[in-house]
Design a protein around this ligand. Sequence first.
Ligand code: FAD
Length: 394
Amino acid sequence: MHLAWGEAEEAFRAQLLAFLDENAPPEARVRRDFAGNVRAGGDGSLIPQWAREWQATLFDHGWMIPGYPPELGGRNATPVQTLVYLEEMATLGIPRSVHFPGYAIVAPTLLDFGTPEQKALAPAAIRGDTVWCIGMSEPNAGSDLAGLQTRAVLDGDNFVINGQKVWTSYAMDAQLCCCYVRTDPDAAKHRGISMLIVDMKTPGIEIRPLRHLTGAADFAEVFFTDVVVPRENLVGNLHDGWRLTQGSLAHERAGLWVESVARLEQSINGLIELASRMGVADDPVVRRRIGEASQRATSLRALGYKGFTSFAQGSSAPEHSYLKLASSELGKALFELGMEIQGPYGTVTDEERSPDAGRWVLGLFVSFANTIAGGSSEIQRNIIAQRVLGLPRA
Ligand SMILES: Cc1cc2nc3c(=O)[nH]c(=O)nc-3n(C[C@H](O)[C@H](O)[C@H](O)COP(=O)(O)OP(=O)(O)OC[C@H]3O[C@@H](n4cnc5c(N)ncnc54)[C@H](O)[C@@H]3O)c2cc1C
């Protein structure tokens, strides 16, 4: 058996590497093996100027979403070429964008379900010219998203929204929000939901930033009081928003694993360096734990290829639930090991005093969020139990 990339893929890779070599700004080349505080590499803002320019450059050269046509920031790449692209970017640690909702979730949703006017918003979402946020979660609706209670009442040509969203990433910088609201309170809970495009400058919207354990604040609570939204901002059919949530989450999952696995591999390399520097590289317990982690990361990469094959052939890929669960849990274990190896120094984030300047402690904090965002570990286990293993609902 001979497993290798074909000539066309290798030519595509060479083209990408030449482009990156020439165009990627220094800030984009700083490897980050955890979804760390973007402020650390930027100009103090949530979406630094270099990141805005870099995303636009990728779009203009057809490297933002290679599988899309040029007018959507791509070059009509095949699924396999897309995989080469994602792997190369993740291995080099070069981000496409520092704000994922617009290009990864909103644009595919608008292209699938939007009116011609709404579809026309997609290029700016992918290029990063418009910053979007996604208003799904609420204080009493996270894992059970269908339980959301933010109400929108149709009054003539407008909807009027009242309610609250929470954990809304980038709400402070966003111009537009994909907001999921209850439009029919009497229907079964999955039925009476609709999706509206909301201008974040509309009177009646209040945004209160929330801080992570790391100190960064990149998400917020968003309060809606009598917020008026034109009827034409409804995406898809009235009361049919649940179908859109399923579509948009599927888009998010398809490509997530490549980046997660590359980050795990970077963390494992970091642990090997750290163990050598701290003089514990010959400790049998440390060696065994790093070895086990490496074996698990390698299995995840293989599983990712298998899932990508199913996805590219148009089948569902249950591997994505395994990958989300296993990679986020392994990430947590790796950062815990980094902390253990460092001992008391692990808690110090000061560059002069701590080896790796807080890499392991900040990574540990972020790793908890990764086991929650995009569907918690418990929910992934439920999905695997029911949809993959055929076990009854608990
Ligand atoms: C970094 C980050 C960014 C986010 N960005 C956004 C965003 O941009 N927009 C947005 O709308 N949301 C966002 N979220 C919210 C995210 O989608 C929710 O946190 C997630 O869906 C979990 O919901 P919850 O926090 O309400 O927890 P809950 O659903 O209340 O769950 C609490 C705990 O109970 C467990 N649990 C719940 N139900 C079950 C069950 N049936 N069986 C077993 N265990 C269960 C969960 O696993 C969890 O451990 C973000 C979250 C994070 C961490």
